[in-house]
Design a protein around this ligand. Structure first.
Ligand code: ADP
Ligand code: MG
Length: 700
């Protein structure tokens, strides 16, 4: 095999490729666009398009596509060949600057929450020059993919990328104001950085294909736990089976080719569960890369006769999957603002950013919570599995101690370095690993970044980062306003820090986030506990939410209304599909199989009786009567489920409908599952109509 350095970025029209292939002036002009946000000139685009085309064709590309991220949370592409016809009927390979910069897919079927009526369904895609173009190659051919934003005729965002880019600008603007006050004159831009750890399950394709629930919903709707689950912790970080190792190897290579810096891989807690994580990058690239990663995992799995389940809760009774969104703020000249730093001056700046983030997370906890909500995650957050649905921040003992001292207006030194006498202008040097690792916190400071651990495994990370960037921008904005006015910077800083800590320390919790006591304690502290997607999204269009998004130019009120509608609509559809699938599987697969088995047991009684009338038949009778009793229960629960679905379908108001799916259908499904899983435990193995957890989880 070739070395990583040879493979890495092979299919990316990266900065170094552009440097090599573009005329100097064009390259410089593009850089001014990507780094300083200057608008891209037409002539520049023309030259870039040409170079990009030549490069792509050399590598075998026949088509190009604007690659965008509509509200489905997936990526979308419409392929165009590089073909153009000459007057004498020959074909030439063409690709213009205009085709690079803008596209107009007929995209009327993407969810838009009422933003576009079908008769004016024009949606535009526009190149995001900050994210490099790349080639997708498979046995079907090679396609040049151009990362684009997707918006409507009237300029409303129809995708996940546009608001993310807007939020990055917002936080950059406000963070720069604060940095200038600390005397930083060199940084031109502030970026948020993200490293997303992706969890997923792999199951054998032959088992997958026999389960309608996996095919239609991505999760098992039925399934009794086998005698062994994850209790021995023998899978977590365990040695990787050869079949999986081969898959992972190929996955790494394919990701590296795309410039995705896959770095770590390991087995996760649940059997058949795994994780892959890249090296962090700027937020929009990390988001694009995570989308690619999800796509590539699924594709490579297929090549190994495996199916990748990205669902948050594919199996009841063992851990589900999440995505840890490691997030930090850095300057364009490479300073990580969440690095405690070595000098007191850096420390003060660090503590201010830290306090600002804590405050933002506290005030806007519902927004952060809803950014991690989707139907799959409802089975994890605050439900059968950790983490809880309550937003809290972990800082660790040492930082907590410093926070308490600042609040008391009496900062003497850090816990471990008590000898140093300090004021705000001379804060102690903070060791990088001042935090121990708390695994149960949804939002944990981990030495030089925050790790937001609630994110759903199957969803785009754009949402959580849009919210983080925006709410932190808001608090930086407030702080900068006050500091800019102040006569005495040090005094004002001290006051602001103390106030932020006093007002928002209630969100800091360093204990066990998975415990029941925390749920009660959080309620006493007045922290919101939003148990489900529908409850969380009810906060999206509250006045305070709309205000913060509009103020920083991230979402308009109209975009929020439409996005909320999209989420509710999607929620209702997902639960509807799950409910229907469940009802069908119960009626067409489980009930007939049970009846067949029960009949065969009953027949055995009469057959044995014919030979030996005195035998004790109580065992068979017990089986027959148990199955019959459970079947009766299944019939009742299926009827109830069908009815709740019918009723929910009739509701016209979309929010009300989503709530009905959550409050009625969801629970009717849980009720139906119980007797069915009971039946699985007593029906003969070879009579059960579809593969069991045993096969799905342990026979990969
Ligand atoms: P763990 O499993 O301990 O949480 P991993 O090593 O699996 O940690 O993942 C940590 C992730 O955090 C990686 O993607 C890493 O690149 C990322 N990361 C490290 N530093 C930063 C930073 N400053 N900003 C954003 N992400 C970061
Ligand atoms: Mg992690």
């Amino acid at each position: 095999m070739k070395s990583i350095t040879e493979i890495f970025g092979k299919n990316v029209f990266s900065d170094c490729v552009m440097k090599e292939r573009l005329p100097k002036e064009t390259y410089k002009s593009l850089k001014r666009t990507t780094e300083l946000g200057e608008p891209l000139k037409k002539e520049t685009a023309e030259v870039i398009a040409n170079a990009m085309k030549d490069w792509a064709i050399e590598k075998g590309a026949t088509h190009f596509t604007h690659w965008f991220q509509p509200m489905t949370g997936k990526t979308a592409e419409k392929h165009d060949a590089f073909i153009s016809l000459t007057s004498d009927g020959r074909a030439t390979m063409e690709f213009s600057g205009k085709e690079l910069i803008q596209g107009e897919p007929d995209a009327s079927s993407f969810p838009n929450g009422g933003l576009r009526a079908t008769f004016e369904a024009r949606g535009y895609t526009a190149w995001d020059p900050t994210s490099p173009a790349f080639l997708k190659e498979d046995s079907a051919g090679v396609t040049l993919c151009i990362p684009t934003a997707f918006y409507s005729y009237t300029g409303e965002a129809l995708d996940k990328k546009t608001p993310l880019l807007r939020s990055m600008e917002a936080i950059s603007k406000q963070a720069l104001r604060v940095l200038r006050l600390f005397g930083n004159t060199t940084s031109q831009k502030v970026l948020t950085t993200v490293g997303a750890e992706q969890e997923y399950f792999l199951v054998d394709k032959k088992y997958y294909q026999s389960r309608k629930d996996l095919i239609f919903t991505g999760r098992t709707l039925f399934g009794a736990l086998p005698p062994k689950g994850q209790e021995l912790d023998d899978h977590y970080f365990g040695s990787i089976k050869e079949r999986i190792a081969k898959f992972m190897r190929e996955l790494d290579v394919e990701l590296w080719k795309l410039g995705v810096s896959a770095k770590t891989k390991h087995n996760e807690v649940a059997p058949a569960q795994h994780e892959v994580a890249p090296i962090f990058s700027t937020t929009n690239i990390a988001t694009d890369h995570n989308q690619l990663m999800m796509e590539v995992i699924q594709k490579i799995a297929m090549r190994h006769d495996l199916v990748c389940l990205l669902h948050e809760k594919p199996f009841a009774g063992v851990n589900g999957s999440g995505k840890h969104n490691n997030w930090s703020i850095a300057t364009d000249d490479g300073i990580n603002l969440l690095n405690p730093g070595k000098t007191p001056h850096e420390n003060a700046q660090f503590l201010l950013f830290l306090a600002v983030i804590v405050a933002a997370v506290d005030e806007y906890a519902p927004l952060l919570r809803l950014s991690a909500a989707n139907p799959g995650n409802d089975h994890r957050l605050g439900a059968n599995e950790a983490p809880p649905a309550i937003i809290s921040v972990f800082l660790g003992d040492q930082l907590m101690d410093i926070f308490e001292q600042i609040e008391a207006g009496d900062l003497n030194g850090s816990k471990d370095a008590g000898v140093i006498k300090v004021g705000v202008s001379t804060l102690p040097t903070l060791p990088k690993d001042a935090t121990d690792r708390n695994r149960t916190s949804p939002f944990a400071f981990t030495g030089n970044r925050f790790e937001f651990r609630m994110c759903p495994s199957s969803a785009s990370i754009a949402g959580p980062n849009i919210v983080l960037n925006t709410i932190v921008a808001e608090y930086l904005n407030r702080v900068a306003d006050e500091l800019e006015k102040a006569d005495d910077f040090q005094e004002a800083l001290k006051k602001i820090l103390a106030q932020l800590i006093k007002d928002h320390k209630k969100v800091v919790f360093n204990g066990d986030g998975y415990s029941d006591e925390w749920v009660q304690e959080a309620a006493r502290r007045g922290l919101p506990n939003l148990a489900s997607t529908v409850e969380a999204y009810a906060h999206f269009d509250r006045p305070e939410s709309v205000e913060v998004f509009e103020k920083h130019g991230v979402f308009t009120g109209c975009e929020i209304t439409s996005r909320k509608e999209i989420v509710y609509e999607e929620y209702a559809k997902v639960i509807n599909i799950e409910g229907l699938t469940m009802s069908q599987m119960a009626k067409q697969e489980i009930m007939p199989a049970c009846i067949e088995y029960m009949t065969s047991v009953a027949e055995s009684i009469s057959k044995v009786k014919a030979v030996c009338p005195t035998v004790d038949f109580s065992v068979q009778e017990e089986i027959v009567s148990n199955i019959s009793r459970l079947l009766f229960d299944v019939r009742v629960k299926v009827a109830a489920l069908d009815q709740t679905i019918e009723e929910a379908k009739e509701i016209e108001d979309i929010e009300e409908q989503a709530f009905a799916y959550r409050q009625k259908v969801f629970f009717a499904m849980e009720a139906l599952r119980k007797p069915c899983d009971e039946l699985e435990r007593i029906v003969a193995k070879d009579k059960w109509p579809f593969p069991t957890y045993d096969e799905l989880l342990f026979r990969v």
